[in-house]
Design a binder for this molecule. Structure first.
Ligand SMILES: [Zn+2]
Length: 94
């Protein structure tokens, strides 16, 4: 879990999981751009909209714009070096 400026991991071994840490760092960038409170308000709002639309937790979670950006780029460990400001925006309409 990313809570700016920290990445919180459940297990000690997760600290060494580069893909997981990259995923959470993408969320840190998103939080930095939006501000922490607005990030969580939009995150929750987008989740609820997706939940109403899709009726199930997991697909709704995976459709949150911030998760889409993070999951689609977590394996690219250089993603944050090339990422544009508000990089999540292009995932909003998909
Ligand atoms: Zn995530």
């Amino acid at each position: 879990m990313a809570l700016f400026p920290f990445v919180l991991v459940a297990l000690e071994k997760d600290k060494y999981d580069k893909v997981l840490i990259n995923h959470e760092k993408i969320h840190l960038y998103q939080q930095l751009e939006m501000g922490i409170i607005p990030f969580y308000l939009v995150y929750l709002g987008h989740y609820l909209i997706q939940l109403i639309k899709l009726k199930k937790h997991h697909p709704a979670y995976m459709n949150i714009v911030f998760e889409k950006e993070a999951y689609q780029n977590e394996w690219n460990l250089e993603y944050l070096q090339d990422r544009k400001l508000w990089g999540f925006w292009k995932y909003w309409t998909r």
